[in-house]
Design a protein around this ligand. Structure first.
Ligand SMILES: [Zn+2]
Ligand SMILES: [Zn+2]
Length: 338
């Protein structure tokens, strides 16, 4: 089979690999579609350090069980995965904070993932609830968003909200936050430089959309600043500066977007004291938030498929990665076929 192997900074190749052989308790997943995640792109660029190359990338999977050696899993079952395999026993795992477990093994990070025709899912992961099954009626083009939606739902639970929220970036994450915030009845303002993305944000319920230069207009519209700013973009210095320009005193800033390993937040503590900003970051998902995402997707409560702008076969996956790196389209995914 063909698979996309991340070998180190700026080194990615399409390789021929044997279809994985199963041991007792494991299942083989045939990949229908696998999302290209911003974190994969950051790993390829050498900006983040939480990957263990060489490894087949891909953790946003929509697939079908093609072989099962686990008694609880049926062949033909439509599935996605919770890509964080953890010990299941420590205090963090027991509190549904698996992401802080010290034994973490990530699908598409540390062991082979879904930029391939097939990948195998371990017994321990099945037995700690990491295989997520859905009905056949769930569209593959929605299912591929389950993991990123789970990240947004996790962040939504952690964030402090008031009346207004300014969302920086209308990529897939910003557009999911837009819809979640609308469901909460918030005033949603989206800041995004690309016109096509702004249009989609409006279609998904944003009250107003702006170019990043519109700080004064946003301040007026929100009567002095947004109660909450969610940064759903790479947290480079311009995005950080913009977030602080848009938030009102006492408001909450959630730096959700992935930040490069050499990016710092320079804060004057006296100013922080008097502005009372609630500064936070939300990372990844919980088992609870993935289950909420599964329910939303199964009930068609959120629009996801319209964000899937580009699909490439594995043989064109290097083009797919370049496409996503260049910020083209909204969501790029790789098909599990050559
Ligand atoms: Zn992801
Ligand atoms: Zn643990």
């Amino acid at each position: 089979m063909k698979a996309v192997v991340f070998e180190g900074e700026n080194r990615v190749s399409i390789q021929d690999k044997p279809v994985p052989k199963l041991d007792d308790g494991e299942v083989l997943i045939q990949v229908d579609l696998c999302g290209v995640c911003a974190s994969d792109l950051a790993a390829i660029r050498g900006e983040v350090t939480d990957y263990s190359p060489p490894v087949v990338l891909g953790h946003e999977v929509a697939g079908t069980v093609s072989e099962s050696r686990h008694p609880s899993v049926k062949v033909g079952q439509k599935v996605t995965v919770n890509p964080m395999i953890t010990c299941g026993e420590c205090d963090y795992c027991r509190a549904d904070l698996d992401k802080y477990c010290t034994q973490i093994v990530g699908i598409g990070h540390d062991i082979d993932g879904g930029y391939a025709e097939y990948f195998k899912f371990p017994k321990h992961a099945i037995e700690t609830g990491k295989l997520i099954t859905v009905s056949d009626t769930v569209a593959t083009t929605d299912l591929v968003f389950l993991e990123p939606l789970g990240c947004c739902i996790n962040a939504e639970r952690e964030t402090i909200f008031g009346q207004s929220v300014a969302i920086l970036g209308a990529g897939q994450i910003g557009l999911m936050f837009t819809q979640l915030a609308r469901k909460r009845g918030l005033q949603v303002i989206v800041i995004e430089p690309i016109p096509e993305r702004r249009q989609l944000a409006e279609a998904f319920g944003a009250e107003a959309v702006f170019d990043p230069s519109a700080v004064d207009q946003i301040t007026q519209l929100t009567h002095g600043g947004a109660d909450t700013v969610i940064s759903a973009t790479a947290n480079d210095q311009p995005a950080i500066d913009l977030a602080f320009q848009l938030v009102k005193r006492g408001g909450c800033l959630n730096f959700f977007g992935l930040s490069a390993h050499d990016q710092y937040l320079n804060l004057n503590l006296e100013q922080l004291h008097f502005t009372g900003y609630k500064i936070m970051a939300s990372w990844a998902f919980s088992r609870w938030s993935l289950d909420q995402a599964r329910k939303m997707i199964s009930g068609e409560e959120i629009q996801l498929s319209p964000m899937l702008s580009n699909r490439f076969p594995i043989s064109e996956s290097l083009t797919a990665i370049d496409h996503a790196k260049n910020g083209l389209g909204i969501k790029t995914a790789i098909l599990g076929q050559v």
